[in-house]
Design a protein around this ligand. Structure first.
Ligand code: HGY
Ligand code: MN
Ligand code: MN
Length: 410
């Protein structure tokens, strides 16, 4: 008789995902819960309430990371899962949320089955994974693993000028738990792929073995405001033209380099931003990523050379400020293999893969064996209200998470 395989409750997971998705909803259907805003607080309060309802001991650390602790039979290093619930401005329903609520669904499934694991289990909610308001991204997990000091994080100003420490205190999540609260025995993060691979191949589970390097910069261009009508082209120091030229160069650079190199100018602002004034100043962001560190450095060097030549030709000053820089990460192959084996055992198609996006798991990999479970994103769309994953895939991912955590905590 094949042993009954414990399964999570899919509809219950969907109910929590829908409930959380209602917080911070905007007219275009986005979930907008930028880190440490009132909407983020509301999401945190909801999730912490669910943790307490499930009998978890809730702890908050000084960077606002939330931990729901479930006692084990033995007092050993816990097995941890989790992700984030802060979003970008045009957030979808599943980015980050699935990893946190999938963890709570695993807890409730074990509670219902009367199962206590040998090792304690922890569900974590990391602060400011998106880095959309306060750079860098993955700030909460980066502080947790010692990659950024609390003081540096506290002194970070958001894109709106607010101080991170003030915002943590304002929303009531400047906690006093020890930092780090514990060193996990292992960490597994369930997340939507946010890319097109699983959906295009019709594969249900991704066992993520590595994650690409990330380079974020802000470029500030100082030119000269002047009259759009009277100033001959040869006399212009046009910050707007320079910003546009850099945006175009990023595309050409990625196309020329190939090999999965990606380059994005996501944010752009001009001053004074008026139709008949040559832009005096421009501010833009650059997001470069590559799975290969040497190629990522090459992309950074080539961009810097282009920017220097442009500044000289156009008679402008261009200053670059690094906002985040993370090398590619290799996850733990044993944990990734365990994920693949559980997908197989549960009858789900699966493949190993690389993560194109940054995740808290890439920081946790610095302190314990770590890997990720991906489920498909329809048409690879994410950071967009059209982000969608079929409920059957959400449940499959949570089932693989359940059995992977059970084996790691045995
Ligand atoms: O930028 C990222 O890859 C993640 O969404 N923070
Ligand atoms: Mn995410
Ligand atoms: Mn994201």
């Amino acid at each position: 008789m094949k042993p009954v395989t414990l399964k999570i409750n899919g509809p219950r997971l969907m109910t929590r995902l829908d409930r959380l998705a209602d917080i911070g909803r905007t007219e275009d259907g986005s979930c907008c819960r930028l880190a440490l805003t009132d909407e983020d607080r509301a999401g945190r309060d909801l999730v912490a309430g669910w943790m307490r309802e499930l009998g978890l001991e809730v702890r908050i650390d000084p960077i606002g990371n939330i931990f729901g602790l479930r006692r084990g039979l033995a007092d050993l290093a816990p097995v941890m899962t989790g992700s984030h619930i802060d979003t970008v401005r045009t957030g979808g329903r599943y980015d980050g949320n699935l990893g946190v609520l999938g963890g709570l669904e695993v807890v409730q499934t074990l509670n219902d089955a009367g199962i206590t694991t040998r090792r304690p289990l922890v569900v974590g909610v990391f602060t400011d994974e998106e880095g959309a308001r306060f750079h860098p991204d993955m700030a909460g997990s980066l502080v947790y693993v010692g990659g950024l000091t609390l003081e540096e994080a506290y002194a970070t100003r958001g894109v709106d000028g607010k101080l991170m420490k003030d915002e943590l205190a304002r929303i009531g999540y400047l906690g006093d738990a020890p930092l780090p609260l514990f060193k996990p025995h292992a960490f597994v993060e369930l997340h939507i792929e946010q890319g097109p691979v699983l959906d295009a191949e019709g594969v249900t589970i991704g066992a993520v073995r590595d994650l690409q390097g990330i380079s974020w910069q802000e470029l500030e261009i100082k030119g000269q405001a002047n009259h759009a009508g009277t100033t001959p082209m040869r006399l212009r120091h046009d910050a707007g033209y320079c910003a546009a030229a850099i945006g175009v160069h990023l595309r050409l650079l990625a196309d020329e380099m190939g090999g999965g190199q990606v380059a994005t100018m996501g944010a752009l602002s001009l001053h004074p931003n008026l139709i008949n004034v040559i832009a005096e100043r421009a501010k833009l962001t650059v997001d470069l990523r590559n799975t290969d560190e040497a190629r990522l450095q090459q992309a950074e060097r080539r961009l810097a050379q282009f920017v220097q030549g442009l500044a000289e030709r156009e008679g402008v000053i261009i200053e670059a400020r690094s906002l985040a820089r993370f090398e590619p990460v290799r996850f733990d192959t044993d944990v990734a293999d365990l994920i693949a084996r559980n997908a197989q055992r549960l009858g789900h198609s699966h493949r190993t893969m690389t993560s194109g996006a940054g995740h808290d798991a890439q920081m946790m990999a610095r302190i314990c064996p770590t890997a990720m479970i991906f489920v498909p994103s329809v048409k690879g769309i994410s950071h967009n209200p059209a982000e969608h994953t079929a409920p059957v895939h959400l449940a499959a991912g949570a089932d693989v998470l359940l059995h992977t955590l059970l084996e790691l905590a045995a």
